[in-house]
Design a protein around this ligand. Structure first.
Ligand code: RFL
Ligand code: PHB
Length: 397
């Protein structure tokens, strides 16, 4: 068996795993990242698009922001549409912050570039990953690579392997508590080759269901519509998607959605999920491995970054002074932010989607909520503060 010795064994080369590996490296701490897919797969996987200001600042301060600042789009607000109403939330004016639209897979490419430039150990196509001795001071990760049995022996394990990964499953059932909410809809997402029809994101609540206009570049739009989670993508030919997009986004003041060739489409389920605690022994869960939020709040990637920010500080403090107290508080610190983000994402989802079996009362109440959040400065500020991101912190209270 091939054995690799390192300080931190990281499972998963998504945003959580790669940001952690990068931040640890800057503190002089060694890690090995094990990823089940190929480098090309993780560099092309289409996912999130909105970065909070705190996450952009973190990437910038740690030397991963150069291309981002050249290519990304800074947005100072978002639009809501419902009925014949349209409202713009001016984030800069409401809370002095903004958001950045930059594809998750571009962040991944930038992170992999800096990690490889620093001669990082990242193993792609690591198969049958399993975690062992996680409640000891020398946990291990077993996996297969090129038909060879391999093992990483480390001081700490970081479970950054997403919702379906192996890490959370390695926690004893007697310790783990899971909270879950599955929504009765999914999001059909497309990439379309057309200049963005709007300068900022548009979230629309329509009687046929939610829709969202986002973008990836000056040439590519990212669009989503609420669909039945059981729908097969074959039920959604391009013409049907455009018809629903036009209908749901509407045409206030003569505005029109620009169409373009659809270069990618898929349907993703919507779920809220939290695993507590996020630590067992020397294993720490981070990102989607520990929690999922429905995409309406654009928070998943940002929350993953916030977790590993805390974990990096905890591990660094341990190596610098032997002090484990921050690591012991890791779960509480992350869950405190995590539940606030759960609440925000749940609230945005409920305010903007249409629910099966809802009554005329439910719809009127939802419209009153939209009216309030768009007309009360206090409510609008609360939305702006959450959307642009709560501060990254290692404080528990
Ligand atoms: P990831 O990105 O899922 O990465 C986990 C990695 O682990 C690997 N892996 C394994 N490797 C080895 N062995 C195993 N047994 C393994 N099992 C899994 C996987 O291949 C993968 O490479 O988790 P991470 O790092 O925690 O990052 C989380 C984010 O990816 C996720 O929360 C966001 O994409 C969510 N999300 C959004 N977040 C935002 O902050 N802003 C957004 O605008 C936003 N929009 C979205 C989204 C997610 C979406 N989908 C597809 C659910 C829009 C959509 C449509
Ligand atoms: C995206 O651009 O992919 C995106 C934007 C905002 C969201 C979710 C996804 O709320």
């Amino acid at each position: 068996m091939k054995t690799i010795r390192t300080q931190v064994g990281i499972v998963g080369a998504g945003p959580a795993g790669l940001i952690l590996s990068h931040l640890l490296h800057l503190e002089g701490i060694e890690s090995v990242v094990l990823e089940m897919h190929t480098r090309q797969y993780v560099e092309e996987r289409v996912r999130a698009g909105v970065l909070e200001q705190g996450v952009v600042d973190l990437l910038t301060q740690t030397g991963v922001g150069e291309r981002l600042h050249r290519e990304a789009m800074v947005h100072k607000g978002i639009y809501f549409r419902w009925g014949d109403h349209e409202h713009r939330f001016d984030f800069e004016e409401l809370c002095g912050k903004n958001i950045t639209v930059y594809a998750q897979h571009e962040v991944i490419k930038d992170l992999l570039a800096v990690r490889f430039a620093a001669k990082a150990q990242i193993v792609f196509e690591a198969k049958d990953v399993s975690l062992h001795d996680i409640d000891t001071k020398q946990p291990r990760i077993r996996y297969q690579h090129n038909d060879e049995e391999c093992e990483v022996v480390c001081d700490f394990l970081a479970g950054c392997d997403g919702f379906h990964g192996a890490s959370r499953k390695a926690m004893p059932a007697s310790v783990l508590k899971e909270y879950e909410k599955v929504y009765p809809f999914g999001w059909l997402g497309i990439l379309a080759q057309a200049p963005p029809s709007s300068d900022e994101l548009i979230y629309a609540n329509h009687e046929q269901g939610f829709s969202l206009l986002s973008m990836r570049s000056p040439e590519v739009q990212r669009l989503y519509i609420q669909v039945d989670p059981e729908d097969d993508i074959s039920q959604w030919p391009d013409a049907r998607i455009w018809e629903q997009m036009h209908l749901r986004l509407g045409s206030p003041n003569g505005w029109r959605l620009t169409e373009g060739a659809i270069i990618q489409k898929n349907i993703a389920p919507m779920r809220s999920f939290v695993a507590e605690p996020m630590q067992f022994g020397r294993m720490f869960l981070a990102g989607d491995a520990a929690h999922i939020v429905p995409a309406t709040g654009a928070k998943g990637l940002n929350l993953a970054a916030a977790d590993v920010y805390v974990l990096m500080h905890g591990i660094t403090r341990f190596y610098k002074s032997g002090d484990e107290s921050l690591l012991q508080r890791y779960s509480n610190i992350c869950l405190r932010r995590g539940w606030k983000v759960q609440n925000f994402s749940w609230w945005m989802t409920h305010m903007l989607h249409r629910f099966r079996g809802e009554s005329p009362y439910d719809v009127k109440r939802q419209w009153a909520e939209l009216d309030f959040v768009t007309s009360s400065r206090g409510a609008a500020t609360a939305l702006a503060e959450n959307y642009t991101g709560l501060p990254l912190t290692i404080e528990e209270a």
